[in-house]
Design a protein. Structure first.
Length: 141
């Protein structure tokens, strides 16, 4: 049975679900930073997904990246599946700007996370509801 890894439950908050993936936001207001987690038990690598799930993951990731780039007017969308610390397969989608505090470096370890305020979360959710209109079931009101 699928269960979200404790690291992801600690560092993120749930936004919704796509047909395959749980959609999370990293609780760091420094960057629009989102994570897709395929709802499959004990999967660490993309190749461990069956072919149907691999294609669905690509569809969901590509759709998310495109919509985030448009909504947030991104200079770049960083997409990564590292898993060096959190072994559960999860795909980071990070909106990047040439003006962001970590550019051009990766966002990891560049500065301490700044948790979202209640108001910032509400604003983020409004933006996501505006741009993610296909196949996403929101879990937040």
């Amino acid at each position: 049975m699928f269960e979200l890894h404790a690291d992801l439950r600690r560092d993120c908050f749930a936004i919704g679900t796509f047909p395959l993936c749980n959609f999370l936001a990293m609780n760091d207001a420094n960057f629009p930073w989102f994570i897709l987690v395929p709802a499959r038990h004990e999967v660490r690598e993309i190749y461990q997904l069956n072919e149907t799930d691999q294609l669905q993951l690509l569809r969901e990731s590509s759709y998310l990246a495109q919509q985030l780039a448009l909504e947030f007017n991104a200079d770049k969308i960083n997409i990564a599946a590292l898993g060096n610390i959190t072994p559960q397969l999860h795909i980071h989608h990070i909106v990047r700007y040439r003006s962001d505090p970590a550019w051009p470096k990766p966002v990891w370890g560049q500065q301490p996370a700044t948790p979202y305020t209640v108001t910032q979360r509400a604003h983020l959710l409004t933006r996501l509801r505006r741009c993610l209109t296909r196949d996403l079931v929101f879990v937040l009101p």
